[in-house]
Design a protein around this ligand. Structure first.
Ligand code: GUN
Ligand code: ZN
Length: 435
């Protein structure tokens, strides 16, 4: 475990409250120039540079990032590492896309060597994009989760994952049974949950691919330890919603299926959550469950427009997800840019402060990790990203005529991508540097 003690200087930006609930400028702290002081991998303090310099221990290492923006690391609340190699697959909507591209690719993860190679690429890619925490779906193969956890542990990164459970409506090579899924998941929970910075998510893929027997097993698994997550998909696509209604004829709506098996908890994260009746918003809110808004995926697979205003008006915890490989970019900046456009199409908007809140503290809250990460509050784990303002000549040119931090952040989410990431630090330690 690294125990980094250092200070970093730059334009420090972080959120102290939810700008969807309070006047947005009261929710953000900006120190320009500021210093973030990290002690043994944890945030000691952050503040204006002149004031902080007087408090720093003598001889401490200082990295001066000059006028670059230092933000808490990005939180990606939903993606699939095994789908790295199917990003940008042409011409299908959800159910056909799964059958044509996703399931055959996921079948390859019985091959440990291939899975290891993809996991290594995946972690490099998220670090390169400033993402320091993610909730990740592997495949049904137990070792696809083990390989992922091993790498997360080695990198000391805060990650949530769990073996995917699916026992119907998929090719034979991609099905387990309720019993096998239960045993494998339980074993993984015992070995990995709350080891290092890892948490386990019980992961029935979605109602379409689990029998009621398997959903019952998922429910049993959730009681096996404190702090277990439930990670699944919900109401992404109209044909999927229709299929779920046919598979569970007794259900009032899609979410009701998960409700019957007590899967709606304050540690549940429902990816997409687009096509929902009013009562589902109420249920998510009452149960303090979270949803993951996946803009590039929703556009690319043509699933629909997520209603952020409605989710936030119900005070539903909402994070952002890249949903690789339905999604088309590992970049949280690209994800924010597309989120803005999805809201524009609905007569809504996404201010830069709300956007960067969603990508940091909002994501941490959605994953119930806001006591550990998501801001520079003293005592939190010092995961952060450093953003440059001159990645391309166009960005450089536009930045020259932007003055406020809001304008700069908005340009980053509109024009930025992995080239805008200068560095990524995990518990203080620099793990990526754009050289
Ligand atoms: N619903 C069930 N499985 C998946 C998946 O792999 N990707 C997306 N986008 N939706 C799903
Ligand atoms: Zn997904």
């Amino acid at each position: 475990m690294p125990h980094q003690t250092l200070a970093v200087q730059g334009t420090i930006v972080h959120f102290v409250a939810d700008p969807f609930q309070l006047p947005e400028t009261s929710c953000v702290e900006v120190f320009d120039p500021g210093i973030l002081f990290i002690e043994n991998g944890y945030v000691n303090s952050a503040g204006p540079a002149e004031k902080m310099k007087k408090l720093l221990p003598e001889g401490i290492k200082i990295i001066d990032y000059q006028d670059k923006i230092i933000l808490p690391g990005f939180v990606d609340t939903h993606l699939h590492y095994p789908q790295t190699d199917i990003i940008g697959s042409f011409g299908k909507q959800l159910l056909d896309w799964l059958e044509t591209y996703t399931f055959p690719k996921e079948g390859q993860f019985s091959d440990t060597e291939y899975a290891t190679e993809v996991v290594n690429f995946f972690f490099n890619e998220i670090l390169k994009n400033g993402t320091t925490t993610a909730q990740v779906m592997p495949t049904i193969h137990k070792q696809s989760a083990e390989i992922f956890f091993q790498k997360a542990l080695q990198l000391n990164m805060r990650m949530i994952s769990g073996k995917v459970m699916m026992d119907r409506n998929a090719p034979d090579f991609l099905q387990d049974t309720p019993e096998q899924a239960y045993e494998d998941s339980l074993d993984l929970i015992k070995n990995w949950h709350e080891r290092g910075r890892i948490s386990y998510a019980v992961t029935p893929r979605f109602a379409v691919t689990s029998t009621e027997e398997q959903l019952e097993k998922a429910s049993d698994l959730l009681n096996k330890a404190d702090g277990l997550y439930l990670h699944t998909h919900l109401a992404e696509n109209a044909a999927e919603v229709q299929f779920v209604a046919e598979l569970f004829p007794w259900s009032k709506n899609y979410l009701d299926v998960y409700d019957k098996y007590n899967l709606i908890t304050d540690h549940s994260v429902f990816a997409h959550s687009i096509h929902l009746p009013e009562e589902s918003y109420l249920s998510l809110s009452e149960n303090s469950a979270a949803v993951s808004f996946c803009p590039t995926s929703n556009l690319f697979i043509g699933s629909g427009l997520f209603n952020l205003e409605k989710a936030k008006s119900h005070k539903i915890k909402t994070g952002l997800g890249t949903d690789i490989g339905g999604g088309t970019s590992f970049s949280m900046l690209r994800t924010l840019g597309e989120a803005y456009k999805i809201l524009q199409l609905q007569g809504q908007t996404l201010s830069p402060l709300k956007a960067f809140y969603l990508a940091t503290l909002g994501g941490a809250e959605a994953l119930s990790l806001d006591e550990d990460i998501g801001s520079f509050h003293p005592g939190k784990e010092a995961d952060f990203v450093v953003l440059n303002l001159d990645a391309t000549s166009l960005i450089q040119r536009r930045m020259a005529s932007s003055e406020t931090i809001e304008q700069k952040l908005f340009l980053l989410m509109t024009l930025g991508d992995d080239r805008s990431i200068e560095a990524t630090h995990i518990m203080g330690e620099r793990r990526y540097f754009r050289s």
